[in-house]
Design a protein around this ligand. Structure first.
Ligand SMILES: Cc1cc2nc3c(=O)[nH]c(=O)nc-3n(C[C@H](O)[C@H](O)[C@H](O)COP(=O)(O)O)c2cc1C
Length: 187
C-alpha cells in the first residue's frame, strides 16, 4: 500500500543472447553516500538467476512513450522472448557493469549487487550505484540540471500507470519566507 512507485525497466545479462529486461516496481534508494539502491525480485523470475550470477543490473527509468514496453516486459518472460527485439529497444554498453543499458531510457543507473537478502516471496538485491547516465536531451544547458518533468516519468499506483501531475511545491517550500513584491511602494 505504499504508493505511488516508479515502474522501472531493469536490464541484465552478460552476453547479447542472455540480455533481458524485467519490469520492477519494488525498487528504491537506500543510501546517498555510498549511493545504494535495491530491487526486490521473485526467485522464480527468469531474471533472478542471471542477476544472482552476474551480480549486476541497470535500472532504466521509464517514460510515457515507454509505457507499453514497460508493461509488456512485466508480463512476458525472457525464457520465451527476446524483449529487446520484441520491443525495439536498443541495448547499449554500460560503463561499469556486466549488463546492458536501455538506450531509449532517459536515465540508466548501473548497479553492482553487494548483498542478497532472502525475505519471502521476493528477495532483495541490495546494490551499489557505480555509474549513472542521463540523456542529454533532458539536461538544461544553463543549469546542468536534469529536467525530470520533460522526460514524462511513468508512475505506478494500485495497478495503474500514470504520468506526473502538476507541481505543487519544491523541497522546503513549507518553511520558505515569502518574497516581497518588488513593485510594492516603499513606505
Ligand atoms: C508494473 C509491474 C511491476 C512489477 N514489479 C515486480 C517486482 O517488483 N518484482 C518482481 O519480481 N516482479 C515484478 N513484476 C513482474 C515481472 O516483471 C514479470 O514477472 C516478468 O515477466 C518477469 O520477467 P522474466 O521472467 O523475463 O524475468 C512487475 C510487473 C509489472 C507489470
Amino acid at each position: 500500500m505504499i504508493y505511488p512507485l516508479p515502474a522501472v525497466m531493469v536490464s541484465l545479462g552478460e552476453t547479447p543472447e542472455e540480455y533481458n529486461i524485467i519490469t520492477i516496481a519494488w525498487t528504491g534508494t537506500l543510501c546517498s553516500d555510498p549511493p545504494m539502491c535495491y530491487i526486490s525480485v521473485r526467485p522464480e523470475r527468469h531474471s533472478y538467476a542471471i542477476i544472482e550470477r552476474t551480480r549486476a543490473f541497470v535500472i532504466n527509468l521509464t517514460t510515457r512513450p515507454l509505457a507499453f514496453a514497460t508493461d509488456w516486459c512485466g508480463v512476458r518472460s525472457g525464457r520465451t522472448y527476446n524483449k529487446f527485439e520484441e520491443m525495439h529497444l536498443t541495448p547499449g554498453a554500460a560503463s561499469k557493469v556486466r549488463a546492458p543499458i536501455i538506450e531509449e531510457a532517459p536515465i540508466n543507473i548501473e548497479c553492482k549487487v553487494t548483498e542478497i537478502k532472502r525475505l519471502g516471496t521476493h528477495d532483495m538485491f541490495i546494490a551499489e550505484v557505480v555509474n549513472v547516465k542521463a540523456d542529454e536531451r533532458y539536461i538544461d544547458p544553463q543549469s546542468g540540471a536534469f529536467d525530470l518533468a520533460a522526460a514524462e516519468p511513468l508512475v505506478f499506483a494500485h495497478g495503474g500507470y500514470y504520468g506526473l501531475g502538476r507541481k505543487i511545491g519544491k523541497f522546503g517550500f513549507s518553511v520558505q519566507k515569502k518574497r516581497r513584491n518588488k513593485t510594492a511602494k516603499k513606505k
